[in-house]
Design a protein around this ligand. Structure first.
Ligand code: ADP
Ligand code: MG
Length: 365
């Protein structure tokens, strides 16, 4: 089991181009191998926090670069039978959907369509290398978890039961009972199914971003390799998570509060699972939320990649800090005026709870 946590800072959008003076989040490290995010301390701007990741992608990173560096290297393992799970985590408006789904232009395509295209390409190679003896089939499942309920996205919203689909344990794995699985033979099939399913999100419709930010969308791509009577099945999962913004500070009607409680809980459990996997713990608390449960997170032999999406702007300051606190492997505090001088080797007590996070991080050694 392995886990990588990387951060991606989105560029300024056309509408906020004039805000370049408000850029407060920066990537640092050797060119091509950046691994640190820096951000001012909101309570004392002469100090800066720095957070270390397995990789950091700055505003200029293309979709292709991110995919090539973080996802493509694992396609081989997927075909060797390992499960690959990719999460986009972050505040609403930071680029999760852009990273996972992307735009329609070829160069804008995100992780998901590139993953499918990589799977088909490798499938053809595996089949060819075996002299045609290995057959490769691909199926898709796509569902969302909204208010802790599971909804099949291949089913139209007016047909779905309001209670959502039940979960059941089967052979040590959690299965979503009644979830559909569609054959998906090529990229054309995929595009059609994916567009159709996205229109079924409880979130489709007018306030698209407002609503899609309240549910987790989980795409599961099953790769089935058969050779004679041997079958090898592995799954690639790509998840566009609900927004991680601090719901105590946003508009809060009663419905929103219900949503918030389940979002906060599942994101918290997710970060605990990622930490536990990273530490090599035997016990991963994956049972404590539906989202981590359906993914059996940490139970299978596999690879997990968490992409933390960040907006560079000051208007996201507190939310950015709290998602950095949840996702980063290491944090330290430095004084800004004197470049690179480390003032505190360890965050002083109380300082690291600044963003409302109660999670203490290990300081850098
Ligand atoms: P989220 O899904 O996290 O709420 P979105 O993916 O919808 O965020 O991104 C918010 C806006 O920023 C969208 O208009 C999106 O197209 C744009 N955006 C995000 N990341 C990038 C990027 N790397 N390059 C260009 N535009 C981006
Ligand atoms: Mg989104």
């Amino acid at each position: 089991m392995s886990v990588r946590v990387v951060a991606r800072i989105r560029p300024l959008l056309d509408k906020d181009k004039e805000l370049s003076k408000d850029i407060i989040v920066r990537a640092e490290g050797p060119e091509g191998k950046k691994n640190v995010v820096r951000i001012p301390n909101p309570k004392n701007e002469s100090e800066e926090f720095s957070f270390t990741f397995n990789g950091v992608y700055d505003m200029s990173t293309s979709q292709e670069e991110l995919f090539t560096n973080e996802v493509a290297p694992h396609l081989k393992s997927l075909f060797q039978g390992l499960d690959v799970t990719i999460f986009a985590y972050g505040v609403t408006g930071t680029g999760k959907t852009h990273t996972m789904r992307g735009g329609l232009k070829m160069s804008d395509r995100g992780v998901i369509p590139r993953l499918l295209s990589g799977i088909y390409r490798r499938g053809r190679k595996v089949s060819k290398d075996s002299g045609g003896e290995t057959g490769v089939a691909v199926t898709l499942s796509y569902y969302e978890i909204y208010n802790d309920k599971v909804f099949d996205l291949f089913e139209s919203p007016d047909k779905r039961s309001l209670a959502g689909l039940p979960l059941r344990e089967k052979d040590g794995k959690t299965v979503v009972v009644g979830l559909s699985e569609r054959d998906c033979d090529d990229l054309k099939d995929f595009e059609r199914l994916y567009i159709e399913a996205n229109n079924n999100r409880s979130t489709a419709g007018t306030k698209l971003n407002a609503q899609s930010s309240r549910s987790h969308a989980i795409l599961q791509v099953k790769v089935i390799q058969t050779n004679g009577d041997e079958t090898l099945i592995s799954t690639a999962s790509a998840i566009d998570l609900a927004g991680s913004e601090d719901n105590r500070r946003t508009d809060n009607g009663k419905d929103r509060m219900v949503e918030s409680a389940s979002i906060n809980k599942s994101l918290f459990v997710l970060s605990q699972c990622i930490d536990a996997i990273g530490r090599g713990d035997k016990r991963i608390p994956f049972r404590e939320s539906k989202m981590t449960r359906v993914l059996s997170l940490g139970q299978n032999n596999g690879i997990t990649i968490m992409i933390l999406n960040l907006a560079p702007l000051r208007s996201y300051h507190l939310d950015t800090l709290s998602s950095l606190n949840v996702s980063s492997r290491a944090k330290r505090i430095e004084v800004r005026e004197i470049e690179n001088e480390v003032v505190f080797k360890q965050p002083p007590r109380g300082t690291s709870s600044i963003a409302g996070s109660n999670m203490q991080r290990q300081p850098l050694r």
